[in-house]
Design a protein around this ligand. Structure first.
Ligand code: ADP
Length: 455
């Protein structure tokens, strides 16, 4: 504003001088016109200098603006200052981008940016090694054309990136890659790919080792246990001092046999994929079978069993695996619930899952143990567990079986009041055997099935 005023003052002063000279010469209009023309020509000249300075070539990009006076001087200085600020900001940004590129080039993991049209935008050096991308040939190519595994296309388009995807690397690389994608900006994606070949091999070795050791131990343990049982049966021929040690040996060999059996089961769950051909299992019949088998195992405890399940409920699954999962939960309930306690089995749909619940009013579990219960060999109280013949593998087996059936295990418990183990299966796995109505009824607000039968 200040500059404008002084420029205006300058113009008025020029006109005043021109007017005075005009008065003196008797040619006011002419001198005023000459003065205005001079002012106009001066401004045209400044504009030309300004234009020349702006269109200087890049080698002179740092050159200072032309010297000038008044408003033009201020304009030149202002623009020069702004240019300097912008240059500083862009060199700062350039520096950051260079550092980010250098550090990502040094990374062992592949980082790929994918634009909203699903085309490759940018990638680091490791991507060329892991995914075989080539610059500039693959720039703007569709990512699903370059990574052709159908599992990748499904993972990419599903947009559910909470879990990573593990697949074989492209080409002949024999690599096992772990893909993780994050959405950002305007539906752009950042894809991170790790080479987990080594880890995968170690995991395979671990599984093989556990499977082989368990397999090799199974026969000797069965033989030892058989002989010990035979000795116990013929105890009359032996010195009575041997009774207790032989009984203990027999008990421990039974425990070893159980551990080996559970390890073999876990190993087979880990190595074999769930067959496509599955069974149609009547859940209520399965409940009755498990209840009767558990009763036989714990005859002295006289538990009260309750079962609530629609007699027509059919579960699509591997029958022996579902039996094993529910039976593990029911046997645990029986093990950790005192005589006369109540064990309840129920099945009902809620919002988007089908629930199979095993509850007891036994000793319960303290809250801090609950998140770790499905870890292998995790026991709340190892002395209590070995008293009951527990292996610490039961819940790990349940978790594995459920995961193979796209299901989850939820555990709720109140110490010294009881526990509730809920298997949450996808609704599609449950149906009704009635042909006219072969889907599970819509969930009611009540957490229990509307149509329940009780045994
Ligand atoms: P275990 O063979 O020792 O029972 P599990 O993996 O089946 O091993 O169970 C892990 C631990 O969880 C057990 O040691 C036990 O302490 C606890 N647990 C499992 N089910 C129940 C239950 N119904 N009530 C109380 N504690 C339980």
């Amino acid at each position: 504003m200040q500059n404008w005023r002084s420029e205006l003052n300058r113009l008025l002063a020029l006109l005043f001088i021109a007017g005075s000279i005009g008065l003196f010469l008797g040619q006011v209009s002419l001198t005023m016109l000459i003065a205005l023309c001079c002012y106009f020509l001066f401004n045209i000249y400044q504009l030309r200098r300004f234009n020349q300075w702006l269109s200087r070539d890049s080698s002179q990009s740092n050159s200072e603006p032309p010297e000038s006076i008044g408003l033009w001087g201020d304009i030149f200085d202002g623009i020069y200052r702004l240019q300097k600020q912008e240059r500083r900001a862009s060199s700062y940004l350039e520096n950051i981008i260079n550092k980010a590129q250098e550090s990502s080039a040094a990374l062992e993991i592949a980082v790929v940016m994918i634009n909203k049209n699903n085309n490759l935008d940018w990638w680091n050096l490791a991507s060329e090694k892991l995914l075989g991308l080539k610059y500039p040939k693959d720039k703007n190519q569709s990512v699903t054309n370059l990574i052709r595994d159908p599992r990748f296309a499904e993972y990419f388009h599903n947009e559910n990136y909470t879990e990573t995807l593990v697949i074989d690397g492209p080409g002949e690389s024999n690599k096992i890659l772990d893909f993780q994608i994050a959405l950002f900006g305007e539906h752009e994606r950042l894809m991170i790919v790790r080479d987990i070949t080594q880890l995968h091999r170690l995991e395979v070795m671990r599984k093989d080792f556990v499977g082989n050791v368990s397999h090799e131990l199974a026969t000797p343990i069965t033989v030892i246990k058989g002989y010990l049982e035979a000795i116990l049966d013929n105890m009359g021929d032996l010195d009575s001092r041997w009774r207790k040690p032989v009984e203990q040996m027999c008990q421990q060999s039974l425990r070893m046999e159980n551990i080996v059996r559970d390890l073999l089961m876990l190993s087979s769950l880990e190595t074999n994929t769930l067959p496509k051909q599955q069974d149609q299992v009547n859940l209520q019949q399965l409940f009755s079978e498990i209840e009767s088998d558990t009763r036989q195992m714990f005859t002295s405890k006289e538990h009260n069993f309750e079962s609530h399940c629609d007699i027509q409920t059919i579960i699509t699954c591997k029958r022996n695996e579902l039996y094993s999962a529910i039976s593990n939960l029911v046997v645990n309930a029986a093990k950790y619930t005192p005589s006369g306690g109540c064990i309840k089995l129920s099945a009902f749909p809620t919002d988007d899952v089908f629930n199979i619940v095993v509850e007891d009013n036994g000793m319960g579990i303290e809250e801090h143990h609950i998140p770790r219960l499905t870890e292998r060999f995790y026991r709340v109280d190892s002395s209590r567990s070995s008293e009951t013949g527990g292996t610490g593998l039961g819940l790990a087996i349940v978790k594995h079986i459920l995961a193979r059936h796209d299901a989850k295990l939820e555990i709720e418990s109140v110490y010294s009041e009881g526990s509730r183990f809920i298997c949450k299966l996808p609704l599609e796995r449950a149906s009704l055997s009635n042909e006219e109505n072969n889907s599970i009824p819509q969930p009611s607000n009540n957490s229990e099935s509307p149509d329940q039968s009780s045994t």
